[in-house]
Structure formats: structure tokens, C-alpha cells
Design a protein around this ligand. Structure first.
Ligand SMILES: [Zn+2]
Length: 247
């Protein structure tokens, strides 16, 4: 889970429209939020990922649902209130169900930075606060059969890539030419691209990469050799904003 920025309210959700849709929901209990004018800006703001588990919402099995942070059964008047809507995968939305976030608060990633409430150990989130613990339990952030396994798979690939990075570093030391330097820099750039807010499971990947002693050593060697470009530094900076405390 990473901090997200909410876009401005879509024109579609005018006061009149919100009133009309809310009354319609109260009367019929039917879905009134499944509209592209709502879904597209939500997806854009979360980089097409679930706001909770960061799974990609573009694949068929993870199709997007409009999640009501304050659930629509307890708070029907907020059923199309822009600030109450999040893009979510079916599983997180289903796990959260009718959980009342007023009685038992969880993290709203559009409102506060999850880093303040969550830390990480291997591929599992740990709680730094009661709200963090509630978030993990309510949205099943550590569900082994989906989130943990996906984070682990990416983490394993990253570990292999770091090993390959060292091979390329040694090759660069021997050859000391542009081609070998570019091969190394491209590999590190590929690793850092996986740790950007636009990438799936980026909080986990960024935390695991940027706290990995081997990656830290590789970056330090590259820095000493003066082959860390501005572009790489920008990627490191962006990724570091997502890093959770590693415990
Ligand atoms: Zn999810």
C-alpha cells in the first residue's frame, strides 16, 4: 500500500447528480457508481492498481471495483461522495465488506501515508499502530494465497537480478568500456523501474530492494566509479519515498 493523490472531483459528480444517484441507491440498493466518469479517474489516481494491495487492475482476474471507504450500508448518503470512493480489487473489496471504518479505523491511502502505520518483514506487512493492524486484518493484506505470493515472486526475481548486477559489475571492471557500463546501468534501471509508484506491489518491491545489503553495496560501488546517472538517482529518490521500515 502506498500514499495516493486524489484527483479533483469529476464534473459528472455535480451536486444534482450526486443527489439523484444517492436517492436512487437508497430506494433501490442498486449499483449507481459503476460509471466510467467515476472509474477512470480513480484508476488513473492509483496507477491502475488496487488502492489497498497494489495488484494490477488491468488483468481480467483483478477487475476493478469501486470501493466505498465508509461502507454503503452504514453510510448510504456517501455512496457517490467522491472523497469516499477508492479503486479496489474484488478480493480486497470483498474482504473489507461492511467493515465500519468509523468504529474501527483503517488506513485510507488517499488521506494518510501507509508508512506511518505499516512496516515490512520479508513479504509480509507488520503493524506499527492499531490502525495498521486493523488494515492488515480487514483487507487481508497478508493473505498468503494472493498478495504475499505475488510480492514474493517479484522479490525473488529482484534477488536474481541483483546477482546478475554483480556479474555485470565484474564484467565492467574487466572491460571498462561503454557497452559493459550500459549493460550494468540498464539492469539497475530495470530494477528501479519495478519500485516506482506505477509498478505493482511497489511498497514491497521498493522496501526489499532498497534495504537489500547487496543492492546497497552495488550502488555504492557504482557511485565510487561515478557511473550513477541523474536518471538513476531520480528513480532511487522516487522509490525511496515508498520504502517502509524493514523490521
Ligand atoms: Zn486489492
Amino acid at each position: 500500500m502506498i500514499k495516493l493523490e486524489r484527483e479533483t472531483k469529476p464534473d459528472y459528480l455535480s451536486d444534482e447528480k450526486v443527489f439523484e444517484l444517492t436517492e436512487s441507491f437508497k430506494a433501490t440498493k442498486k449499483s449507481v457508481w459503476n460509471h466510467d466518469h467515476i472509474k477512470i479517474p480513480l484508476l488513473r489516481s492509483s496507477h491502475s492498481k488496487c488502492a489497498y494491495c497494489e495488484c494490477p487492475l488491468t488483468s481480467a482476474s483483478n477487475y476493478m471495483e469501486v470501493e466505498h471507504f465508509e461502507d454503503k450500508n452504514h453510510y448510504p448518503e456517501k455512496v457517490v461522495l467522491w472523497e469516499n470512493l477508492l479503486p479496489s480489487c474484488k478480493k480486497c473489496n470483498g474482504a473489507k465488506g461492511q467493515h465500519d471504518v468509523i468504529g474501527d479505523p483503517i488506513i485510507n491511502p488517499y488521506v494518510e501515508d501507509p508508512k506511518n502505520h505499516l512496516s515490512m518483514r520479508l513479504y509480509r506487512f507488520r503493524a506499527k499502530s492499531d490502525k495498521g493492524q486493523s488494515t492488515i486484518e480487514v483487507t487481508q493484506l497478508n493473505s498468503s494465497d494472493r498478495s504475499v505470493f505475488c510480492r514474493y515472486e517479484i522479490g525473488e526475481k529482484i534477488s536474481e537480478m541483483i546477482d546478475l548486477g554483480f556479474e555485470r559489475w565484474n564484467e565492467y571492471l574487466v572491460r571498462n568500456n561503454t557497452r559493459s557500463k550500459n549493460k550494468l546501468v540498464n539492469l539497475v534501471q530495470g530494477l528501479l523501474n519495478e519500485c516506482q509508484p506505477t509498478s505493482s506491489y511497489s511498497a514491497s518491491t521498493a522496501t526489499n530492494l532498497l534495504t537489500d545489503p547487496k543492492f546497497i553495496e552495488l550502488m555504492s560501488l557504482m557511485r565510487e566509479a561515478d557511473i550513477v546517472s541523474e536518471e538513476l538517482d531520480d528513480l532511487i529518490l522516487k522509490a525511496s519515498t515508498l520504502v517502509l521500515d524493514y523490521v
